[in-house]
Design a protein around this ligand. Sequence first.
Ligand code: PLP
Length: 442
Amino acid sequence: MEREHLIKPLLNYRYPTVQYGKGSYLYDENGKAYLDASSGAVTAGIGHGTAEVIEAMHEQAQKVSFVYRSQFTSEPAERLAKKLSDLAPGGGYWSFFVNSGSEATETAMKIAIQHWQEKGQSSKYKVLSRRVSYHGITLGALSMSGHVLRRRRFIPLLEEFPLVAPPYCYRCPMGKTPSECGTACADDLESAVKRIGAEHIAAFIAEPVIGAAGGAIVPPEGYYRKIKEICERYEILFIADEVMTGIGRTGAMFGMEHWGVEPDLIALGKGMSAGYTPMAATLVKDHVMEPILHGSKVVMAGHTYSANPQSAAVSLAVLEYIEKNGLVQAAEEKGRELLSRLMELAGRYAIIGDVRGKGLLLAVEFVADRGSKEPFPASLGLTARVTDKAFEKGLLLYPAAGGVDGAGDAVIVAPPFIISEEEMDELVRMFDETMVEVMREV
Ligand code: PLP
């Protein structure tokens, strides 16, 4: 075998080479079609090969692709910042553009810390987060992440494991049921604040709907209003990590809209450019920026490619495409239909414990025993079995990692918002066939 040079996720596996993508499908070098039912890593929200976005990319490249943000601003970056502020809950946001979701959450962490420093409260530097969470792979972002597998090798470099209980109703970490819980998982934030001391806490970060670490986990009603109220009471900034949920994925432009909460900071990525170019952002409410604007006047963050005009032009084109084609509404409607079809299918397979999600961010959780909700042993690698079998059939699913609070195996189903009725039929049919084969092995 010829030696390789590209480091891929699994070093002992031969990945197919993609040739092109069109709409909801990707095609490999042998012409095999893959229905992108996960939008890659919940990213390609508008599907592949969208002519309007490619044209915008081309047009901007003919003007200028790169400027350094310390030397120039650009029209696309200015317009995108304004657009995001207009779209985000309650408006009044500044944007700091970065290149990945990890950079977006880490920049949010840094701006929150700087906010308190500029107000003369330097002891407020900790960022609280929840178990069963993922905020990114860089060290600051990983510190905030309750994703056991991704943290394991770097523990000495990280803050202590995230403390706060996740709003994971299927496996309630507080040992309650949704009808009588009184959102005790939100109260757990207050307990953590009291233990640590609000004078040491800069911010609390949470994914509106938990993605990679648990699989489309939706909090109970009232959860986020209580979280925001606790944050305000103890003078803690609330960071919504909307890297996965933002830009229409949950059937609202921002996930937090479902709960009527205006975050102090928002991290965006993935769907913001729908994968057409690396682009992410940290949105910062006016009141968070204020002490910095009147203080040092410099946000201590940034990357060479920050506010890249090429990426900003692409992101603007993606937002325009979403608005013009009513794709947020489409995500809501198609999500509702797909959720009910997956639930229907779940009834036939004893190993499906839960089907959940919001909009087109859905997940199926597997259990060894439905009654006790006992997960499969990790050694069985059930999630990988499901995603591998689906892949063979030409169905792309996204594996979610379990591992804490008893979380088991789950796959995320998150197709592009442009998925057609026939493609949805195909998705459900291939998922069904995948389950038949998996059932034979467990
Ligand atoms: N935050 C959330 C909620 C995510 O789902 C992810 C990626 O899966 C990240 C942050 C990190 O984003 P990236 O992989 O672009 O660095």
